[in-house]
Each structure stands twice: as structure tokens, then as C-alpha cells.
Design a binder for this molecule. Structure first.
Ligand SMILES: NC(=O)c1ccc[n+]([C@@H]2O[C@H](COP(=O)([O-])OP(=O)(O)OC[C@H]3O[C@@H](n4cnc5c(N)ncnc54)[C@H](OP(=O)(O)O)[C@@H]3O)[C@@H](O)[C@H]2O)c1
Length: 300
């Protein structure tokens, strides 16, 4: 039995769907407050659900009973964030450390943890929590995989961060010339599933990107082609990003500012033999842009 923690999220949901479609038994940890429609979709896909929370260690011990392998994709940032209640300290750091402890106690064979790219390496709370959990997992004695994807296409090439081709506008952090290995969440999920059994993922850190690193300005041109219209680019200069980092007070702001500053530095990942873990080709930015343009052209 596989346990997916973060199953109502983008990547965790896709991991559950892949495992269930392959006929592998899956248990999803969902919260009492999770969206009922998402929980229902998991059940309809044949996934067993158990109610728990990373902030409630007893619920993690119970969820890990009889589990062969864990996939953990949880983050409180940004959708589940509640300062001092469900945040980077309580959930991304302490909660995830509790899950590693519970998995070790239950004799789980393998633990795949969704961290982020090693190039995202400035000092901010989310990065520090990720690296601390990576260290705890590596020292836990459990066979493990640390998945370190670059920027998700669905997030960093989307309107939430100002990349809005449907409205002909894109905000670019920094010069836009430093390449980033944008990766689709479906590919992250595919790597997470592969990591559970592939010998190349055993006790490994996998830096994960798409098929090729692409500078943000080139991504804008790709979306212009897909949408058949020009996109107005506005830059947030590095100096403004540095000022944002210096002015940020709470851990969420500091983490967002740190991530944006890291994006300006670029995040190029040489996939090498890692792409061999998948049987399918990685999603290109061109294909993703085509999907976004097609969805924008479809009447609701
Ligand atoms: N965005 C990027 O570009 C990027 C890049 C690299 C790595 N990552 C990492 O990828 C991971 C997955 O991202 P995603 O987009 O799938 O996240 P997401 O859609 O925001 O999902 C977050 C999940 O965490 C759950 N969660 C939040 N607080 C919890 C708690 N206290 N106990 C148990 N579950 C809790 C949520 O459950 P509810 O539905 O109940 O709130 C949800 O299932 C994150 O760890 C993120 O740091 C992201």
C-alpha cells in the first residue's frame, strides 16, 4: 500500500491518479478541512482516504500503518497557509519531520519527498525547511528519494505570478535571460511514481527539469506563437527584488521574495540520465503553451 500525503494538491493528486490507474493500492491522507469535491474524486479513482494532518503526529502514525512507501508533496504555501496555524514552521518543517519519524517507526520501505531544485539556494524559510527535511530523511535509515524539481509550468508560467498571455502581459523577474528548466506537474508526478521502484532513484537526490532550460524571454516568445498575439513584458529589476527580500517580514513573504529572486538567477537543470526514469517524453514549454492557448480559446 502506498501513502500519498498532499493528495488534494496538484502533484499529489496526479500521483494518486497514476498509482490508481496502474492498479496499485493507494491511501491518501486528506484533512478534515480538505475540499470535499477533491476527496470525492480521489475515492472515485479507487483511492482509500484517511483523515489526518501533518500537525497531528498521532494521525501520521495511524496513516503509516501497513504502508510500503510514502510520497509526500505537502506544502502550506500558498493555498493552505494560515500564519502561526498552518505555515512553513508548523507544516513544511515540523509536520514533515513528524511524517519522516512516523514512517521510520512504521517500518516504511521507501519515502519520496518533494523538495525543490538545489539551485533555489538563498536563505529563506521555505528553502531552509526543505533542506532540513531532506537531511532528516537522509539520516532516517529509510530508503528514500529527494525530488528536486525546478519551477512548475502551471505556476511560474501562469497568471498567479503575473505571466498572463491570455491578457497579453507578462511580468518577468530580473532580465529574463537566465534559463529555467520549467517542468510540468504531470512530469513531476511521473518522476515521483517512478522513484518508488526504480533502482536509479534509491537513496538519490533527483534534480528535475523539463526537456531543456529556457530563458523567460524565450518562454514569452513561445506563448506569443501559441496565442498568435504579442505579449507586453514588464521587468521587475533585480534591485527591486533585492529590496523586496530585505523588506519582507513574515516567513511567507520572505519565502516568496526569495523564490522570485532565485528565478531571476535562473534554474538550469541538466537532466542527463534522470529522464531515463520515465517511459514518456517530458512536456515541452511549447506543448504547455499550446494547451493554455487552446483552453483560453474554449468557451466556458
Ligand atoms: N510551485 C512550484 O513551482 C514548485 C517547484 C518545486 C517544488 N514545489 C513543491 O511541490 C510540492 C507540491 O506542490 P503542489 O503544487 O502540488 O501543492 P498544492 O497544490 O498547494 O497542494 C498542497 C497540499 O498540501 C496539503 N496540506 C497543506 N497543509 C497540510 C497539513 N497541515 N497537513 C496535511 N496536508 C496539508 C494540502 O491539503 P488541503 O487540500 O487540505 O489544503 C494539499 O493537498 C510543494 O511541496 C512545493 O513546495 C513547487
Amino acid at each position: 500500500m502506498y501513502l500519498v500525503v498532499g493528495a488534494t494538491g496538484m502533484v499529489g493528486g496526479a500521483v494518486c491518479a497514476r498509482l490508481a490507474a496502474a492498479g496499485r493500492p493507494v491511501r491518501a491522507l486528506v484533512r478534515a478541512s480538505s475540499d470535499p469535491a477533491k476527496v470525492q474524486r480521489l475515492r472515485e479513482a479507487g483511492v482509500e482516504t484517511v483523515v489526518g494532518d501533518l500537525r497531528e503526529p498521532g494521525s501520521l502514525d495511524a496513516a503509516c500503518v501497513g504502508i510500503d512507501a510514502v510520497v509526500a508533496t505537502v506544502s502550506a504555501m500558498p493555498f493552505s497557509y494560515a500564519a502561526g496555524v498552518n505555515d512553513i514552521e508548523t507544516t513544511d518543517r515540523q509536520g514533515m519531520l513528524e511524517l519522516v519519524r512516523a514512517a521510520a517507526g512504521a517500518g516504511v520501505r521507501h519515502f519520496s519527498y518533494l523538495s525543490f531544485s538545489g539551485n533555489l539556494d538563498r536563505d529563506f524559510p521555505l528553502r531552509n525547511a526543505k533542506r532540513e527535511v531532506e537531511g532528516a530523511l537522509a539520516g532516517s535509515g529509510i530508503e528514500h528519494t529527494i525530488l528536486r524539481p525546478s519551477c512548475f509550468m502551471e505556476v511560474w508560467l501562469g497568471p498567479a505570478v503575473g505571466f498572463d498571455p491570455a491578457n497579453g502581459a507578462a511580468t518577468i523577474y530580473g532580465s529574463g535571460e537566465a534559463p529555467i528548466s520549467w517542468i510540468a506537474t504531470s512530469d513531476v508526478a511521473a518522476f515521483a511514481v517512478a522513484s518508488l521502484t526504480h533502482p536509479g532513484a534509491r537513496n538519490a537526490i533527483l534534480e528535475l527539469g523539463g526537456p531543456r532550460p529556457i530563458p523567460p524571454l524565450e518562454a514569452v516568445r513561445i506563448f506569443e506563437t501559441a496565442f498568435g498575439r504579442p505579449i507586453a513584458v514588464s521587468h521587475v529589476p533585480v534591485e527591486a527584488l533585492d529590496a523586496q527580500v530585505a523588506a519582507a517580514v513574515d516567513p511567507m513573504q520572505r519565502s516568496f521574495a526569495g523564490l522570485m529572486r532565485c528565478c531571476a538567477d535562473g534554474d538550469a537543470i541538466e537532466m542527463g540520465s534522470t529522464s531515463g526514469l520515465l517511459d514518456e517524453p517530458l512536456t515541452t514549454v511549447e506543448a504547455f503553451a499550446g494547451q493554455v492557448a487552446a483552453a483560453a480559446a474554449t468557451p466556458v
